[in-house]
Design a protein around this ligand. Sequence first.
Ligand SMILES: O=c1[nH]cnc2c1ncn2[C@@H]1O[C@H](CO)[C@@H](O)[C@H]1O
Ligand SMILES: [Zn+2]
Length: 435
Amino acid sequence: MNEIITARGSLLIAGVTIDGATVDIAVDEKGTIAAIGKDAKKTIDADIVIDGSDRIAVPGLVNTHTHAAMSLLRGYADDMILQDWLSQKIWPLEAHLTGDDVYAGTRFACLEMIKSGTVAFNDMYFFMDRAAAAVDDMGMRATLAYGFIDLGMEEKREAEIKATETLVAHVRSLDNPRIRVAVGPHSVYTVSPEGLRWCAEYAAEQEIGIHVHLSETEKEVVDCVARFGKRPAYLLDDCGCLTPRTVAAHCCWLDEAECRLLAERGVTASHNPASNMKLAVNRAMPYHWLKAAGANVSLGTDGCSSNNNLDLMEEMKFAALLQKFAWNSPTLLPAGEAIEMATAAGARALGTGPGTLTVGAPADIVLLDARAVCNTPLFHADSNAVYACNGGAVMTVLCQGRVLMHEREVPGEEEIVREAAAAARSLVDRAQDSS
Ligand SMILES: O=c1[nH]cnc2c1ncn2[C@@H]1O[C@H](CO)[C@@H](O)[C@H]1O
Ligand SMILES: [Zn+2]
């Protein structure tokens, strides 16, 4: 194994390119960026030196909406509409999930995210104590939410409340600054207003985030108006779920007033363009309205069975292209903004730092291959990163100053892949046996 991966201590990335300039980046032993510039090497006596020549440094990417362990369901059910996909394929299979599956699937998802430059993610799923163990093992950052679904049933609500409280207590007991917890009311169509209200109150009391799906399909909006007499964002707001600690995934069918409401409440809207196109939700997030209103807009992949990968580099391209196409505007969401969505906006949403390469920021750093085909010629690094490259251009990944991948080597990769394949096989077998 490359010794840079196993070494611990202060670190220097020597002669790396940032915004076209060649600089050194010094990282102290706490994992904070101590200096950037030509003289940065003088500020520390580095234990580890990474050669930054032929490398472009960018901030670590932040995936603000996923269901990581769904990596086990990659390719299990494709080419369906959302409601059928969930109710006929995904939920019946998820009924057989075990904690061991979620551990294997989340570790596998972390591997894929690291290999494509992601250092932090916002997750909503089940058996999240096991997801926490996987995140800890892999050295990433994550905000973990138990997917709260009560389907309007009081008994189920009590169970979901218990599961949420148990996870919050568990994550607090880990006392790991890289791992945070949030409350995860799944959506307005799977959680009753009583459930949503409990989630909002509990999140406020615990001072933790809220992770929710919002306005993914037109049906969600139409049904919500029919049942509750208001559109989904207003229902969430009435229940107290729209806060500066809230990440709302999708936001495809928001109207202009709802966009303003999200901005006023300080909500982050997570764009998930690949999932939206694959499930044909038939409307792109109105990014221009959210942006005009001043909302924080971040980027996510959604789960691996509606994407079907966790490559946020690739997702930047989907975002930039989908917005242009859907709103008939070639100037909408330029490359620089797509990178902001995938870095600073995500970091703001999850509270993991500024999401920039600046002194005092956590050393969440990605090194891209400047000699890769996709980076040649190198007129505009942002343009290449968004439009030409994908996660394959990521060579080295640091999270809080710790090297999670170097020269594309991640410790334990083969075993992680083998275990995920076995877990996926066994899950599907168990589901078939019972049907
Ligand atoms: O695009 C989506 N829309 C709605 N639900 C989804 C989507 N992707 C995954 N899940 C479902 O959300 C729950 C998370 O706890 C899981 O049941 C997962 O299958
Ligand atoms: Zn989702």
